[in-house]
Write a protein that binds this ligand. Sequence first.
Ligand code: G16
Length: 539
Amino acid sequence: MSNAIVDAVQKHPAPEGLKYTYGTAGFRTKADVLDSVLTRVGLVAALRSRSLKGKWIGVMITASHNPPEDNGVKLVEPLGNMLQEEWEVLSTDMANKANGDEVLQYYNEIASKYKIDLDAPARVVVARDTRASGARLLGCVQDGLKAAGAEVKDYGFLTTPQLHYMVRCLNTEGTKDAYGTPTEKGYYEKFGAAFKTALKGKKPQGSLTVDCANGVGGPKLVELIKYLPPKEEALEIHVVNDNVIKPESLNVDCGADFVKTNQRAPPSSKTGPGDRCCSLDGDADRVVFYFKDQSNVFRLLDGDRIATLVASFLGDQVRSAGLADSIKIGVVQTAYANGAATQYVEQHLKLKVDCTPTGVKHLHHAAEKLDIGVYFEANGHGTVIFSPDTLDTIAKYEPKNPGQADALSVLRACIDLINQSVGDALSDALLVEVVLAHKSWTTQEWLSTYTDLPNRLLKVLVSDRTIFKTTDAERRLTSPEGLQKQIDAEVSKVRQGRSFARASGTEDAVRVYAEAATKAEAEDLARKVAELVKQAGSS
Ligand code: G16
């Protein structure tokens, strides 16, 4: 095995002078400098599986919302969670070893540090999105996995959440926690059936137009539709921007990131006033909704809105089922959550809000501490997780009257409809449809629950983004020195102002967020903070 590892690593030499980091969502950068990283990730995946006695570990090759020329890779833990932080550090170190001998030495060091039996079985599941570089990078991972002697299941093209689902299913198969059948068909059947049950005969108003960012979500949604109840009885879905034959169109002028960042519909959109639309991102783990109002003004219903809608609905069902005393719901957000959304959850829904740094892993961990944890990033990334005790309570509860029985059956169907291994744009979109159908709400009614504070998100290019260090769930900078004070001074000049800057973990840029009482003030604040960041980043 030792020679095989050295050979595999030498086959994909690391470019000189580059430093790789396992960031917000794994390794992510230009695809043409990733070969060496992918081979080493194969080795780490095999080690991680062996450290967990041969449990299946996932490897997803994707750069999600990034431009077509980027790619990336992330590792998935046995229950579909993001990789443990300790192993992120090991992955970073492994990616930066100079050559085959150093990699082999480090591989053996990890094995001895974690008492890993290198002869034990290693099992790894791989999948990829539709990027042109995906096939080549898959070959690089395969070389690493083969050298490490791992058993490999290659699912071909999947959305990121489908891969998480497969990993969880494979590891729970035949146990009391069995999550589903580990096949694509199994995924569609599970979510399709849950959607039908959760609707309880209610028909969503109008149709839903889904912009698939020209990514893998397109063909997968087309497949999922075959397993949903017929459109005459339930939901009519129009699939747009599903061109995966032209990978250079991925995320270009469409998709969840475009819509959220630019606060407008994809230029190709042909929908009319009141038409309900949503956009997925390149690997279908994020979704945002939107529509044009009667005055043709674009209205965004982002991750914050999905969280408030879902939390209020689940709260209603828990109360109606008679379980309010035993089950508490909480919401987890990041600093990007609109101030008005946070206020609405705390003051109107009367639920607890936690704030964590950006990155699903942080939100997921915080949500795991709650009975029902609703977590969404404003960019549309999120899901709901139910604690084991809560699942047990809901499964065993005997309803006392027909009203309780109804609510309980909706609640149980929602548990199946929500992909609890990770945020899943397809499952989240269906959940939103269920809630709107039950409430008989249009998007306008959903929007009118509260008024967002005007906000602006900017991307600033600097020479070294690593000098931007934060604290307090990324809401304050500790470095470069003095910058936070300057930001505070700008914030104090506008009404209801709030702004922060943080280095992106997926792109080579610093992100600046600002909100204020008016659009003009929010835009001005964002511009000023971006200028301060630019200056600090160039000195
Ligand atoms: C990834 C992460 C998200 C994060 C986003 C942007 O999303 O999974 O948690 O919000 O990147 O992160 P950053 O601001 O650090 O670049 P995706 O959909 O691209 O995988």
